[in-house]
Design a protein around this ligand. Structure first.
Ligand code: ADP
Ligand code: MG
Length: 722
């Protein structure tokens, strides 16, 4: 970051100074920025910073403004040095008592400064900021804000210190004190101040598109203007205006999504295709020879699918079923039926690990039942040579069961006769990805599998473009999972229990919280935790770990080892959350359970209890306050995903600002279908109203919407090109 140290001081000079800089700059800048202006046009962004931004997916001014803070902090009144708490962010108002000599370690300049305020003293360390020797005055008072540390000195006492604190004049500090300071997700080398500064710059030059909605509509729905919302989400004056800004942005996000889906629905409902697929001897025999009979619910859904596939219209169906209800076999049946009719079927999964698992399942069936079909895998981590072979087999039609990740929708993948598209565990903006895959064929049938058990009222809104089939029954051989919610003191017992289950030949998952980009310490959690388990568990127990930052090929290998039972205990982040099926695993232990949403915890729990043996789920909470425990008790009481989802909705209610985010298929950028359920309803009503007022909007020539959709271009799909 160019002149970051100077920027730090400059920022601390407060708003008037910045406004002056802005005015000067504005007169030099002829053209205003728009969404597509490259980030490099923002003042202070050089090639190096551009590259850092690119790392976190920010290339344009629009990307930057769309990257909302992940949290906010407030600047509290400075405290006395004697009451500064090690490990916490503190501000102290103190005098510079001594500026020590600058040291050089290789290329690094280290400057130590002592400060004191009468109650105590503290040592500050600055890296590569030698100019502070001159800028800070001996005896001068400043506010220093940073993380307080206590280092043991030789006498056994503790020396308080801060590294690289930010420096303010008292007045300037107080001016910031009543505001909420945004905290952005960062990458190494990019500071929060730097991002803040860029956002400020961008906001002042950004040419906002005019408001999409008319004043009446904004008033009726209690929404602020788009412009105000974008400015406020980055720099809120207080929590009330932040909540207002958030509401508007959530509304827009839901509105776009629902509007696109409605257009899609109108379009696809009238769509016909030439593939009428019927049962053949192969599929009938396959069903007869399956090692288990289909449940009643599976039977019912299979019939619905067959009816769709045999009709002249395109199928657009969603299978909704709780975790472990057996959705995969229905997808496999539909794929086999397609291949048996001489066409290609494709199955797209959100992760490589899951794609590989599905491929192996299908491959296993094909071999076992001697079916004359050819499955092929297509995932990003395959070598160029492997991919080329897969592309060729897909293009020639020789491969008729195509299974993979997003690689399936890349340009190079050309299909000969794609008649069925299945997407598993739909996630974020499923609509768009589904469409991209559908474009690979001529109006193929579409089957979507979802494991997010959402309350029916929400499902109708969120899946408005699909017919819904529900599997509301688990296979009969299942024992209900036994749950417990405990605090950390239970850990030693849990480890004993794990060791005993492993001894019985079972396998175990231990989940540690997901990590934010850049939070290296947390990332080590999984690694450290695995190490810790290796020490406490008997040496013959094989412990492995998995996290999102591993190379895809490594993730696949570890999962395969776990599936093949050469690993007994898998310590993982939530990367294993969706779809993983290892029926021999019987224990799921979730650390820091309080950090996850209930629906997500239910998904995690769904990784066990997938076979005939008794399974167990241990939720470990580091917080044992009443509220947390009550929330977790819901999981303890019930194994029913639909019930849990509606309880979650009931407990969390609307208006949660930065609540626990649910991951999964509906992870919108800012909206949360649970805590923002009321805004979702509002947006849904607004879309319906709009279409009622002007049914021709389905062919969106409407100017207002055109603008809206251009603004939201990142999420838009041109359905006319299907
Ligand atoms: P999900 O619905 O979570 O995707 P899967 O399709 O992966 O669940 O199925 C979970 C497990 O249940 C698999 O091991 C699968 O073979 C098994 N299964 C599916 N249907 C039945 C059934 N009718 N009877 C017994 N086991 C079944
Ligand atoms: Mg599944």
């Amino acid at each position: 970051m160019k002149g970051d140290g100077a920027a730090c001081l400059l920022l601390s000079q407060g708003n008037h100074r910045e406004a002056a800089v802005r005015r000067r700059y504005k007169s030099r800048l002829e053209e205003a920025m728009d969404r597509n202006t490259s980030i490099i046009e923002v003042k202070g962004v050089g090639e190096k910073t551009r590259a850092l931004f690119a790392k976190i997916g920010i290339e344009t001014v629009g990307d930057l403004l769309d990257t909302y803070p992940r949290d906010y902090e407030t600047y509290r009144e400075p405290v006395k040095i004697e009451s500064a708490v090690p490990g916490e962010v503190c501000a102290v108002h103190a005098a510079v008592s001594c500026i020590l000599n600058e040291k050089k370690v290789r290329k690094l300049s280290i400057l130590n400064i002592n400060i004191s305020d009468g109650s105590g003293s503290m040592q500050l360390t600055f890296f590569n900021m030698p100019f502070l020797k001159k800028t800070l005055k001996q005896g001068g008072f400043y506010v220093f804000r940073g993380i307080v540390q206590r280092s043991a000195d030789r006498q056994g006492g503790g020396l308080l210190s801060m590294e690289q604190p930010r420096i303010f004049g008292l007045e300037d500090y107080r001016r910031q004190a009543d505001r909420l300071i945004p905290k952005y997700s960062l990458t190494k080398g990019l500071t929060n101040q730097a991002v803040q500064k860029c956002v400020r710059q961008a906001l002042s030059f950004y040419e906002f598109t005019p408001e999409y909605y008319d004043a009446g509509m904004l008033r009726d729905n209690g929404l602020t203007s788009r412009r105000e919302a974008v400015e406020t989400i980055h720099f809120p004056a207080d929590t009330a205006s932040l909540a207002q800004a958030r509401k508007r942005l959530v509304f827009d996000e839901f509105f776009d999504f629902l509007y696109l889906m409605r257009r899609n629905k109108e379009f696809s409902e009238r769509l016909q295709n030439g593939y009428r697929l019927y049962e053949t001897a192969d599929t009938v025999r396959f069903l007869e020879q399956l090692p288990f009979p289909l449940t009643g619910a599976q039977e019912k859904v299979w019939k619905e699918i067959k009816d769709d596939l045999g009709s002249p219209f395109c199928m657009n169906r969603l299978i909704q079923g709780d975790v472990g209800s057996g959705k995969t076999i229905l997808a496999v049946l539909a794929l086999l039926l397609t291949a048996a009719n001489g066409y290609q079927g494709a199955l797209m999964a959100p992760t490589e690990v899951l794609a590989v698992q599905h491929y192996e399942t299908v491959q296993g069936y094909v071999e076992k039942y001697g079916l004359a079909f050819r499955p092929v895998l297509l995932v990003g981590s395959m070598t160029a040579k492997e991919k080329k072979a897969a592309y060729e087999a897909i293009a020639s039609g020789e491969a008729n069961l195509v299974i993979g990740t997003h690689a399936l929708i890349q340009e190079k993948a050309q299909y000969k006769s794609l008649a069925l598209v299945v997407t598993d565990e739909q996630h974020r903006f499923g609509v768009r990805q589904r469409e991209n895959l559908a474009q690979k064929g001529e109006n193929p049938h579409i089957l979507v599998m979802s494991a997010t058990p959402i309350p029916r009222t929400l499902a109708i809104i969120l899946y408005g473009d699909l017919h819904i089939s529900v599997i509301d029954e688990l296979p009969a051989n299942r024992l209900p999972i036994k749950n417990c919610v405990v605090n950390t003191s239970y850990r030693p017992k849990a480890y004993q229990f794990i060791a005993a289950e492993v001894k019985k030949g079972r396998q175990v998952y231990v989940i540690c919280p997901q990590v934010e980009e850049g939070e290296l310490e947390d990332l080590e959690n999984v690694v450290d935790y695995a190490e810790k388990l290796r020490n406490v568990l008997p040496p013959e127990i094989h412990v492995a770990y998995l996290h999102g930052k591993l190379r895809p090929a490594d993730k696949n290998r570890i999962m395969e080892e776990f599936a093949a039972h050469s690993v007994d205990v898998l310590v993982s982040t939530t990367v294993i959350e969706v779809g993983i099926n290892v029926p021999n695993a019987t224990v799921m232990m979730v650390e820091n359970a309080e950090r996850f949403g209930l629906a997500q915890l239910h998904q995690l729990r769904g990784r066990v209890g997938r076979g005939a043996s008794q399974s167990y789920c241990i939720f470990v909470s580091t917080k044992d306050n009443k509220e947390t425990m009550e929330r977790l008790q819901i999981l303890n009481k019930s194994n029913d995903g639909f019930f849990i989802a509606s309880e979650d909705l009931r407990m969390r209610g609307p208006g949660e600002l930065l609540g626990i985010r649910q991951s999964g298929e509906f992870s919108f950028k800012i909206g949360d279908i649970y805590s923002d359920a009321s805004v979702l309803k509002l947006a849904s009503d607004a879309v319906e109203q709009l279409l009622k007022d002007d049914p021709h909007l389905i062919q969106p020539e409407h100017e207002r919407l055109q603008r809206h959709l251009t603004e939201a271009s990142a999420n838009s799909v041109d359905f006319r090109s299907i």
